[in-house]
Design a protein around this ligand. Structure first.
Ligand SMILES: [Fe+2]
Ligand SMILES: [Fe+2]
Length: 283
């Protein structure tokens, strides 16, 4: 089975003034005044969709931040952009923090991309694909699973022997293998989530997004370390002078193991496998 993992597409539409009377005001200033909008481009986003179609995966997994400020216009744009993937392939998605900016955007995400549970187990072939939602409206950019969700994750992983993948939006560790921070933009119970994942040997790897420069790290556990993979933002602009471009991953699974990882990078016109192998070029 081949799983294409995309994340952090960040479809942007400039919000109206009436839509900025909440946290979105800070997000809009960040995007359109401080210039973050140019960090994500339609060229990258459209090339990403074309590259995933060409990769012909069995499943497309999206780990959130489909939008920038979670307006209806951005959700419509994201739905339109991603339609070729959702129409052709098995499709799984969880929100990112940018998709649940405000209370009403939680409903908006559900309307366009489906209702999200704290922990959801999807069976595919011999695999359990475990989707964990840690994103909620928050004045900062913090995520959390919470005590109930941690209990659900533990119960879900204790309930079988099948090989499993765990996907969430936030990193469990940073690119140096340390705890991810700062706390204002991290998942507050990342350590507890990781402890559950490492306790269950059937978890073969964890994947996530949120940090726009991708990286591969691992959590120590007895026997084999647990790989933690972040392809990097799929909608990132092609800015080679800043060492920045868009990426996505394709995971190759056999019946019991993750046997291969390919990472593709946007070269300005199209995506191609990363030179030197997955994560060889760093971010
Ligand atoms: Fe993001
Ligand atoms: Fe994020």
């Amino acid at each position: 089975m081949r799983v294409a993992h995309i994340t952090d597409i960040h479809v942007e539409r400039v919000p109206g003034v009436s839509q900025c009377m909440n946290k979105r005001a800070a997000g809009a200033v960040n995007l359109y005044v401080l210039g973050r909008a140019s960090h994500f481009t339609r060229a990258s986003q459209e090339a990403l969709v074309a590259a995933v179609v060409a990769a012909e995966p069995d499943l497309v997994l999206c780990t959130g931040d489909l939008t920038a400020t979670a307006t209806e216009a951005e959700f419509l744009g994201a739905a339109e952009l991603l339609a070729p993937l959702r129409d052709r392939f098995d499709w799984l998605v969880i929100p990112g923090n940018h998709d649940v900016y405000t209370d009403e955007s939680v409903g908006r995400f559900a309307k366009h991309f489906g209702v999200v549970a704290p922990v959801r187990v999807e069976r595919r072939g011999t695999w359990d694909l475990v989707l964990v939602n840690v994103c909620h409206p928050d004045w900062l950019s913090r995520g959390w699973l919470g005590k109930g969700g941690l209990g659900e994750l533990e119960a879900a992983l204790a309930a079988g022997e099948r090989p499993a993948m765990v996907a969430l939006h936030y990193p469990l560790r940073n690119r140096h293998g340390e705890r991810y921070g700062p706390a204002t933009r991290a998942c507050s119970d990342a350590e507890a989530i990781e402890a559950i994942c490492t306790r269950h040997a059937r978890v073969r790897w964890v994947c996530h997004g949120h940090e726009h420069h991708g990286f591969r790290t691992a959590a120590p556990r007895s026997g084999d370390d647990l790989p933690i993979l972040n392809p990097g933002a799929g909608g990132y602009a092609f800015l080679p002078e800043r060492g920045r471009t868009a990426h996505f991953c394709v995971y190759e699974l056999d019946d019991s193991a993750l046997v291969g990882v390919e990472r593709q990078a946007f070269g300005g016109e199209r995506f191609a496998p990363e030179t030197g192998g997955a994560f060889a070029t760093g971010g």
